[in-house]
Design a protein around this ligand. Structure first.
Ligand code: HEC
Length: 120
């Protein structure tokens, strides 16, 4: 419970989380990624046990959650291509993104959550 509260409160303290704000430093982007969690409980659970290990950790090569600029070129590929990348694995990302109970819908929702922008 305390952790859940932290997750709720942290983003409020981060001015960096404002949409379309000024250019953020790598540290701000990393702090924002660390604080992000999906609103849906099931998705939050899947995320915290899989994607988050890389997508909220700078230096893994993964585009960080909420880093819209890093996600933009991926988003441009379109959701079908991104889904293929996650399911089959892509460069440094293992097949399935280490989520063994994710459905295709879960993956789509997780991608939209991390990209923090519409993905079609
Ligand atoms: C072990 C680390 C790791 C985990 C776990 C992981 N990813 Fe990734 N992911 C990466 C890396 C690294 C890249 C960037 C690969 C590159 O472009 O070099 C990436 C890229 C992506 C991309 C962009 C693919 C593309 O075609 O450009 C998507 C979408 C993605 N991840 C979704 C997910 C989702 C959803 C999960 C959780 C279910 C997840 N990842 C879990 C490491 C990971």
């Amino acid at each position: 419970m305390r952790r859940a509260l932290l997750v709720v409160l942290l983003p409020l303290g981060l001015a960096a989380c404002q949409p379309a704000g000024p250019v953020r430093s790598p540290a701000e982007i990393a702090a924002h990624a660390a604080a992000m969690t999906p609103a849906d409980a099931r998705l939050a659970d899947l995320y915290s046990h899989a994607c988050k290990a890389c997508h909220a950790t700078p230096g893994t090569g993964a585009p960080l959650a909420g880093d819209r600029a890093a996600w933009a070129p991926r988003v441009a590929k379109g959701m079908p291509a991104l889904l293929t990348s996650v399911v089959g694995g892509y460069k440094g990302m293992p097949a399935g993104g280490q989520c063994f109970s994710c459905t295709a819908d879960d993956y789509r929702a997780l991608v939209r959550f991390m990209a923090d922008q519409p993905v079609n």
